[in-house]
Every structure is written in C-alpha cells, then in structure tokens.
Design a protein around this ligand. Structure first.
Ligand SMILES: [Fe+2]
Length: 504
C-alpha cells in the first residue's frame, strides 16, 4: 500500500503513525490495514500516534500472528486449538494411556467443581457400610431380574458395582441416560460388596457470566454443502454467496451482508466418494478433487475481505475418525491457494472478535440421539441443540468408545472440553437451531442439500438453506433463509432468534 494512502486511511480514523508503523503498514494490503486501524479505533485506543508498543499491546486482540507479518499480515481468526499430529504406529498400551489421560482430565474437572465431599477411590471404599463419593468411568450397565439398574464402574484403583433402584424414578431415569465410558461422580451408600446410588454428578459446563465480543461484525455459519451430490442445492448456495457480496436482498439485508466478515464451514463440504454403499448413483461429480474444485469456484466468488475457516466432516476426503485432521494439500487444489481461507481440524477452537468459538462437525450426535431415551423419544433429530447439552454436561465430544474411530494420544484427549467456549457450533444434523446452556451459546447449522434416502431411512427431515449469522458484540443470532427465490428472515422482522433450552 502506498505511504500516502496509509496516512490518509489512518488520519480518517483519527490516528497518526510513527516511522516503524508506517513502514509496517506499507508492506500490507489495504484491506488488512483498514481492518487493523478500524479495530484499534473500536478498541477505544486513546493515543493519537500509533507506535509499535501500542500495536504490540493489542496484537492478540487483533488476531495477528507473528509468522504472518509481511504475508497475509492480519488474520481476524485466531486458531486457539486444533489437532495436527502425525499418525504413528500405535499399540494396546497407547489406548490404555489414552483412557487414563481422559479419565484424569474429567476427574480433575469434577474435583474443581468443589461440591464433592468425602471423595474416595474405589479401592478405599472397603467392606464397612458408609456414605461414599467417588469418580468413576461407566464400564457396563444392565437391568437385573428385579428390573433395577446395575452399573459397573471403574477408576484407576479398581472396579465396583452400583445399584440404582427402579423405585427411585427420577434417579433411575437419570441413570438410564448414562453412557458407557461416561466419567461421573457417584454418591452412594453401602460397602464394597454393593453400593446404592443416591446421586450422579456430571462434570458439566457452566460459564459464570456470558462473554461478549468486541466488534460489531457478523460470522456466518454454513455446513453440509455436499458439493458433488445430485441433491446439492447449488442455486440456493449461490443466492447466499450473492447476498454476501451485496448483490441480492433488500437494503437492510445488504447492509447486514456488508457486516459479515467471517464465514465458517462446519464440515461435509463435499459429498465425497465411497462414503456409503451405492453412493455413486447420487453423484454428479464423481471424484473428490473435482468436488473440491467446484467448491473452490464457489468460495472464490465470495468477496475477499471475508475470512473463511473450514473444518472437515465425515464426507470430506480425510480420516473418518475424530479428531479429523485438516484437509490435506493433495486434495485441496485451488482451495489451498485461497488467501482468505484457512483449513483446520475437526474439532477446532477459534477466537473471532474476542469470542471463543468451538466448531465441531458433530460425528457423535447420532449416538447421543440413539442412546438417550429422552432425546430419542421426545426429539429425535429435530432438536440438535438439546443433544449439544448432553455433550456440554459430559465435557466430552464423543464419550462412547467404538462409536467412531479414534487416534489415541498420550499428551491428552483432544475431545475433552477442558476450556469452555463462548459459542459452540455443530454441523452434521442439516438443521439450524439456536440454544443457550449456562451462558454458552449453542448453534446447529443447516445444509445445502435436499433430503437423501439415508435421511428418509433414519427419519431425519433436514431444514436446508438456513444460515445463522452471529453478531460478535451482542451475540444476537439471526437466521436467513435462502430456500426460496428471495432472501427472507427466518424469525420475523425483529431478526433475533428465540433461544432454546436454558442449562442446568
Ligand atoms: Fe451432511
């Protein structure tokens, strides 16, 4: 950028520059300089002359990473956590260590709650009757002849059995929702021969207060495009792209589009190949590379000041287990050349405009729907944010071993929610819903694919072409509907979604 233009832009925003900042800005593109200066102004920087010290002080909030100076320069999206590791050869001992680190991480979260009194380990329970509290992992559960529930539980010191009496209806119902490998605190009476449950305590997720971002900008969330499928709703997706570019919609909608600065794609970006038997007859584009090229052409139409982040899903050309690595270079083609696109792992934790946003494709959600009677019977696939509550209760994205492939890591379990996000976004359910759980905003994304045979078979009726957009500052979410000929507001004129759920 020319010196003269840099100075003009800064003066317009009320700033002068010292020599080092002038040199720094001159090596960047106009879009990047504008973003930095506008953000500094919005942060309420009172100094009139911008110096390196002032810049360093706000660098983290600006989302700038050192290694990017002089290239892309600014990245409003900070990647707080993602999985990037080589798949080494693994043995049985690696799985044992993996379960140990997972147990310890969740046990520590439970202990930090501070409400577990008389905490013991299974080995210390002994044969004398008493009241006990211990943290255990569910090993097995079964119904006895008398229709009570028997839960086999283990910790690092041993294994025991806990009986839940069917007469205690509320507790019995709670116990039925316990999943294998869940880590919970058990409050019991009895002895090492047989324990009788009185309460289960989940690690749970709870932010003391709701956090808000620092910029009046929007993030749009889309997922499950399934590019390459015959059911891919290309025209509708293009209507969304045209809206982002300010080409369609009424004045209000166009003004809003201009404030969308980020776009997050939450998996199933392409339809993929060989995902399920007989899939080829539903493919319009027969190869993954061709499907990604098509996606690159579509995303390439989006105005370049929008930063795009993309995680993979089960239809993408990546390892199908979780965590999923970011899409590899050999598949990405022209997507990899897009300067405003960042491909990261599933799950990934982002920081955008001051908000911590956890993005997860949600491969485990179907397991929760199948296994938890309350959800299966009362909601099915119709209420994904209710399912997300079960994840937040457990502080684990996919607790049941065997529901999907995993790559154990000795360093830790990437699927444990050690730090809580401000916003938790899931894809994969093809239905937009907004919820709130203990000050954490929960969002499920829609899709751009019409109903598939598989969805008919499992009773999942999708709600395609809806796009939730999140204001970083107010945390209001608006849903836009691109299913018809015009861009319409999903939730009436006030544009603010009703929140579903409330935490506990
Ligand atoms: Fe999908």
């Amino acid at each position: 950028m020319e010196k003269r233009d840099v100075l003009k832009l800064c003066m317009k925003n009320g700033f002068f520059l010292d020599r080092s900042m002038l040199d720094f800005f001159c090596g960047m593109e106009e879009r990047e300089v504008r973003q930095i200066v506008e953000k500094l102004r919005n942060f309420g920087v009172v100094e009139k002359i911008l110096t390196e010290e002032i810049f360093e002080k706000h660098k983290e909030k600006l989302g700038i990473r050192n290694q990017e100076f002089g290239s892309v320069g600014i990245c409003g999206v900070e990647i707080l956590r993602e999985t990037r590791r080589d798949f080494e050869k693994l043995g049985a001992s690696d799985f044992v260590s993996y379960f140990r680190v997972r147990f310890e991480a969740l046990r520590d979260i439970l202990i930090k709650r501070g409400d577990l009194v008389n905490l013991s380990s299974i080995r210390r329970i002994g044969w004398d009757n008493g009241l006990f509290c211990f943290v255990g992992m569910v090993y097995d559960k079964r119904i006895t002849k008398n229709k009570n529930l028997l839960i086999e539980v283990e910790d690092l010191t041993g294994r025991t059995v806990v009986l839940v009496n069917r007469e205690n209806k509320q507790l019995f119902e709670q116990a039925q929702s316990l999943l294998l490998d869940d880590v919970v605190a058990f409050k019991c009476s009895g002895s090492g021969k047989m324990l009788f449950a009185s309460e289960f305590i989940y690690p749970n997720s709870c932010l003391d207060r709701e956090n808000f971002g620092d910029s009046d900008e929007f993030v749009a969330f889309i997922s499950d495009l399934h590019v390459g499928s015959k059911m891919f709703l290309e025209k509708n997706l293009m209507r969304f792209v045209n809206w982002l570019n300010g080409e369609v919609g009424d004045e209000r909608q166009k003004n809003l589009a201009a404030k969308v600065k980020y776009l997050v794609l939450v998996g199933d970006n392409i339809e993929g190949v060989g995902v399920y038997p007989g899939q080829e007859k539903f493919l319009k584009i027969k190869g993954c590379r061709g499907q990604y090229e098509k996606l690159a052409r579509i995303l390439g139409r989006i105005r370049t000041d929008i930063e795009i982040v993309m995680i993979p899903g089960q239809h993408d050309a990546v390892w199908i287990g979780e965590p999923m690595p970011a899409l590899a270079d050999k598949w990405s083609g022209n997507l990899g050349k897009m300067k405003n696109l960042k491909m990261v792992s599933n799950p990934a934790e982002l920081k955008i405009g001051g908000l911590k946003i956890l993005v997860y494709y949600g491969g485990s959600l179907n397991k929760f729907i199948d296994e938890i009677g309350d959800i299966r019977v009362n909601y099915g696939h119709r209420n994904p944010v209710r399912v997300v509550e079960e994840i937040l209760k457990r502080r684990h994205l996919a607790p049941v071993y065997g529901e999907m492939d995993i790559v154990p890591s000795k360093e830790g379990d990437d699927l444990v929610l050690k730090d809580l996000p401000d916003v938790f976004v899931v894809g994969g359910q093809h239905r937009t819903m907004i919820g709130s759980y203990n000050n954490i905003l929960t969002i499920s994304t829609s899709c751009f694919q019409s109903q598939t045979d598989f969805e008919i078979m499992v009773g999942n009726e999708p709600d395609p072409c809806k796009v939730p957009i999140l204001n970083l500052k107010s945390k209001e979410v608006k849903i836009l509907d691109f299913s018809g000929g015009e861009v319409v507001w999903e939730e009436g004129d006030d544009l603010i979604c009703k929140l579903d759920g409330g935490g506990r």
